[in-house]
Structures are given as C-alpha cells and as structure tokens.
Design a protein around this ligand. Structure first.
Ligand code: AMP
Length: 559
C-alpha cells in the first residue's frame, strides 16, 4: 500500500487532469491482477465493487479507538491533530509506529490483502460484530509501516481519498494503461458496476466480455426544456420520436432470471411499493433493464398525478389500495437485453427491441410514440395540444439517433410543457430563506380574493424572482410588517401588508385544507411582479374554481 499511497500523493500534487491520469496509469500498469482489481476500486473511494452495494461499516469512532489501542494516541493529541488537518487519515498518520515495534508480525499490506481484510470487516455479524470490526481495524492499522501508508488506508476506510480524482479520470487511466478505448472502458464500468473487474478485463483485452450487473441501478437520462411558443428551431435540425409526457414517477426495472427489481430516479429500490407492476415484469421472457414512468391507470386510461400520490404516501401497500389506485409501468426505453448492453444503439433501434419483449396488460405497456421528421417541426404545438387533451403534461421529444446517456441532461431529449395557467395573487406573509438566501425574505405566502373580499391564502412560492428583485423587496417587506392575528400566527411567517402583486404559474390546482382558500397549487413559480396591477384586481376564488373545473374536464377526456 505504500506505493498506492505515494501515487495518491503524487496525483494530489498536480492539478493537471492529464498528468493525474498519466501518473495513475503508470502505477496501474505495474500491478498484478489481484492488486489492480482492488486498487482501482480504492481510487474511486470504494472498498468493494459498486455492484455489491455494501459498505465497510467502519465508523470514525472505531478507527479512532483502534488507533488509540495500537499507537497509544491520546484524546488530546488526536484533538489537536484533527483540528490541524480536518481529516482523520492525515490527523492519525503522524502517530504511526512500525509493526515490528508493536510486536506485530504481519504480511506487507498490499491492495489485495487490504481487500481481504475489508471483506472480513464487512462480514462481521452477530452480537460481537462491533468487537470483531475493532480487532480487524487494529490489525489493519498495525500493519501500516509508514505514516503515508496509514494516511491513505484510513482515507479508504472513511470513503474519500480527496486527491481530486473523479471516477472519470480513473476510467481514463485504465484506458491509457492498457491501451483500450475510453468509451469502451466507461461502458463496461456502467454495465458491470465494478471498475475493478473492468480494469482486469482491459488488461486482458476482453472488455466486450464484461457481464451486465442486473439488479444495480444505472443513472437516468434526462430531458432539457423547450419553451412553449418559442421558435422550435432545434426541432428542425433532427428527426424526433415523440412521446406523451406522463405525469407519474420515473422508474427503472431490472428483470433477471426469476428476479425483478424497480428503482426510483434517486436509485432507491421501490419494488415493494408496486406489487402489480412487479408481477407484470415477471412475465417478460428475457433478462432486461427497462426505463419508463409509473402512472396511475384504470381501464387503459392514465389518471392524474394526484391519484398516484395516494400510493406514494403509504408505507404498506394493501390489496385494497392496489385495487383503488392501480399502477402501470409505461415503458419507453431499454438499456440492456440478456448479455447485450444497448446504450450505444440508436433510440429507434432500442424502441424496436423494447416493443418485442413488452407484454401489454393492465400493469405494463409500451409507451406509444410516433416519429416527427424535422420537416414537420411546425406541427409540434398541435401535437402538444393533442397530448394535453389526452390528459398528459405535454410531450417528450427524443432524437431518433440518440444513444442513452445515463445521468445526463442534454439536447438529445427535450420536454415540452406549458403551465396549466397563471394566477395574479398578493403576498400576505414572508419568511427568511435558507442557504445563500438566509439573509433575505425570499419565501412568500400568497392569497387570492374570497367572495366577501377577504384574502384567502392559496400557496407559497420560493422560486422565480431574481436575487436582485428579492433583495429589493426585503426592506419593503420589513417596513410593512403587520401584527399577526391570533388565528393566522404561524411559526416563521411574518405577515405583511397586502400590496405586492405577483403572477404565479403552476402545474396543477388541487383541493387542500392546507390553505384558507381550500385549494393548493402544485409547483408554484413566480413569473413576475405585477407592478401594473393593484391588489384590488387580483384573481378571485371564483377564477380558481373555474381553472380547477377546466382541469377536471381535461382530465376526463377519454383516450
Ligand atoms: P421534469 O420532471 O419536468 O423535469 O420532466 C422530466 C421527467 O418527465 C422525467 O424524469 C420522467 O419522469 C418524466 N417523463 C414523463 N414521460 C416521459 C417520457 N415519455 N420520456 C421520458 N421522461 C418522461
């Protein structure tokens, strides 16, 4: 591990990315297979293969206790060293005493050997697990022959090397060391979720043979917004596949052997929440990874998001709930099929592959799509209105030739939405913001006018105004505070004179007892300050009702 640690120092010492890659590649090239596999994982800050999704479970306190036992570090010494360095590895390494002095007769610590010890730590279980982990941690620290070695061994254990090395650079270093294509290495890492075994495959020239890690989620590809009513010039530059923009939640399904798993956009396992979808996925005839949207759907009709919300908020999913709000998985992309990783195939091809394997039943369907050649870009708004009439949020346009870029938002996929409507409202209470907005009043509770002229709150908005506008409004609000009435006192909210009129856009209006108006807005955003409008002319509760009724009518247009 000494050589590993020296390489880390050398990488940390240069800010130039190419030089970091070159230094790392030189080190990797010289390693034997077992060390290569382990060391490459360590460079990405992971003690194990990512696909194993397990952690070391070695907290800072265990490491500190082990250091106290092995090197006789006192609390006072540790405290001042930690204050100086702010990093456990750097703080503790000054206390290292060579194994021979400690009476330790240990094997030289290599990446492969450290990995074996880490395996033992992770396997410790039962009542004595804590004790076992401590003993192993003492053994690891006691094996360090040199402060530098200890510094980086501890950094691996705490999960962050802090040498300015992103996974992308480790991928480049593997490619450089073993003369492989960077893209090939990157794809293999994505497919296998184990950079260690990819490095070994790269050395053997067998990247194509890397197996897909079913059961480990891959990052989701995201869409960039196109402005409704804009020029749509970008649409004229390519051919597109057009899909409805479903108002549900994004999910990735993995089907492998008789196993099925569903992951959310935050890569959490959400399998247990959608039993009917899981059952439908089981009927797919081959191993695959599918991207799609979970929606509430009854009798073939997609229902608005608020139906799905009833499912999201429940911890246990009963048969009654499944019957009340049935969920379906609308599939629109395929990332892997059997042992083939399909990310580099053009979308048109991927969709064909998908269409072959997706059954069509109550709980799973292929998302409908059509092609929009560049020449027909002018028709997009008509198509958009059709989608809205079918009850969808808008459209998602995807270039027919697009590869699947995990975790990226680019111009390959575009989303076209339009706010349901806007309301002119008046600010009635304000709150201090958070983070960089902690010193300004940036959160506004706003109201519409009730039948008797009284102001009725309907929502709260945090976004839409510029920093300059917020800074200008803050002193105005501070000098126009009013005393809260007993009924309206709410923690943190400062009632202000109802003078500032805002235009607020939103996606959906829904009944809610959170606000005095009996309605709330989903995703409210401030469009602008309406200096041209006095508070006497803001929108009324009747207007809110009208928009709500229109929304319901739109929802009920059959497919
Ligand atoms: P937004 O949440 O407005 O940023 O829009 C992006 C989201 O739209 C994605 O993360 C998906 O959850 C959702 N979506 C709905 N329909 C589709 C579709 N056909 N293709 C891709 N994403 C979709």
């Amino acid at each position: 591990m000494l050589q590993f640690a020296r390489t880390c120092e050398s990488i940390a010492a240069t800010p130039a990315k190419n030089e970091k890659v070159r230094r790392l590649a030189g080190y990797l090239f010289a390693l034997d297979e077992a060390d290569l596999e382990a060391a490459v994982r360590f460079f990405t800050g992971n003690p194990f293969a990512q696909r194993e999704q397990r952690s070391l479970s070695l907290g800072g306190s265990t490491i500190v206790t082990a250091a106290k036992h092995v090197w006789g570090v006192t609390d006072a010494q540790l405290g001042s060293a930690y204050r100086e360095h702010g990093d456990l590895g750097a703080a503790l390494c000054g206390f290292v005493r060579p194994p021979a002095d400690l009476g330790f007769f240990t094997q030289t610590l290599t990446p492969a050997w450290l990995h074996v010890l880490f395996e033992e730590v992770a396997q410790a279980s039962g009542k004595t697990a804590g004790k076992k982990r401590l003993v192993l941690c003492e053994r690891i620290l006691g094996s360090c022959r040199d402060p530098l070695e200890a510094k980086y061994v501890i950094k691996i254990m705490t999960g962050d090397l802090r040498i300015g090395l992103r996974e992308g650079l480790v991928v480049e270093a593997i490619a450089t060391a073993f003369t492989a294509g960077v893209d090939h290495v990157r794809r293999a890492v994505m497919a296998s979720s184990d950079i260690g075994s990819v490095a070994v495959a790269a050395r053997h020239g067998s990247l194509h043979g890397v197996r897909i890690a079913y059961g480990v989620p891959i990052g989701f590809m995201l869409a960039s917004p196109v402005t409704y009513g804009g020029s749509y010039r970008e649409l004229e530059r390519a051919n597109w596949i057009v899909e409805d923009k479903f108002d549900g939640i994004r999910a990735q399904a993995h089907k492998y052997g008789d196993q099925v798993r569903l992951f959310s956009r935050t890569l959490n396992d959400i399998s247990h929440t959608y039993p009917e979808v899981m059952q439908a996925l089981r009927t797919i005839q081959q191993d695959c990874i599918i991207d799609g949207e979970l929606v509430a759907r009854r009798d073939g009709r997609v229902l608005p998001f608020r139906y799905l919300q009833a499912r999201l908020q429940r911890k246990t999913v009963t048969a009654d709930l499944v019957a009340e709000v049935p969920v379906a998985f609308m599939c629109f992309d395929i990332l892997a099929a059997q042992e083939e990783f399909l990310l580099d195939e053009p979308l048109l091809e991927r969709r064909k592959r998908l269409a072959h394997i997706i059954p069509d039943n109550d709980s799973i369907s292929m998302a409908a799509s059509y092609e929009l050649p560049s020449a027909q870009a002018g028709e997009i708004e008509r198509r958009f209105e059709d989608a809205r009439a079918r009850g969808h949020e808008g459209l998602v346009l995807k270039r027919t030739d697009s590869p699947y870029h995990p975790g990226r938002r680019g111009k390959w996929w575009l989303k076209l939405k339009r706010e349901l409507s806007t309301l002119d409202v008046v600010v009635v209470a304000v709150e201090w913001g958070h983070g960089k907005r902690a010193k300004v009043l940036s959160d506004y509770t706003f109201a519409v006018r009730g039948k008797d002229g009284a102001l009725l709150t309907i929502g709260k908005a945090y976004s839409g105004l510029t920093d300059a506008e917020i800074s200008e409004l803050t002193p105005w609000f501070l000098s126009h505070r009013i005393a809260p009435t007993a009924a309206k006192r709410s923690r943190g909210a400062i009632p202000v004179e109802a003078e500032i009129v805002l235009e607020v856009a939103f996606d959906i209006i829904q009944p809610s007892d959170l606000h005095e108006s009996g309605f709330s807005l989903r995703f409210p955003r401030i469009v602008r300050i309406r200096q041209d409008k006095p508070p006497s002319e803001i929108d009324t509760i009747d207007r809110v009702n009208e928009i709500y009724q229109q929304m319901l009518t739109r929802e009920h247009v059959p497919h």
